[in-house]
Write a protein that binds this ligand. Structure first.
Ligand code: 5GP
Ligand code: ZN
Length: 113
């Protein structure tokens, strides 16, 4: 999608500190980290939010879920971490390209604000 910052980051149009990428997904550092480790995993194909998923995305989403632990492990999060997907206005989703936050290296509080 032309005007989407995460499409541009995921596809290399804008340089960023990439933690992992392959043909389907990209994972890069969050610009405003909320924990010592805070990265965002995104599909390279533009999907706006959880609400925009279709049955065709089932395999991709499964792939992303399974990649979380590999990325967490590569970032040294052996003591645990949190994976978060914000959706919509009440979920405080600010970037309209589906992304999974992976946060760790500090004791995270619950419930989130
Ligand atoms: P959301 O609130 O939509 O769940 O999360 C969006 C996240 O994207 C925020 O944590 C914010 O810091 C991050 N972010 C926004 N713009 C950029 C950017 O241009 N580059 C990077 N690396 N992160 C961004
Ligand atoms: Zn996008």
């Amino acid at each position: 999608m032309d005007d989407c910052i995460f499409c541009k980051l995921a596809n290399g149009e804008i340089p960023t500190e990439m933690v992992y990428q392959d043909d389907r997904i990209a994972c890069f550092k969050d610009a405003s980290p909320q924990a010592p480790v805070h990265v965002l995993m995104v599909p390279k194909r533009h999907i706006a939010s959880l609400d925009d998923l279709t049955p065709e995305d089932e395999e991709l989403m499964g792939y992303m879920m399974l990649k979380i632990k590999d990325i967490a492990s590569s970032l040294g999060l052996e003591n645990g971490y949190r994976a978060v997907i914000n959706c919509g206005e009440d979920g405080q989703q600010t970037v309209k390209h589906l992304h999974i936050h992976i946060l760790g290296k500090r004791k995270l509080t619950w419930p989130p604000g």
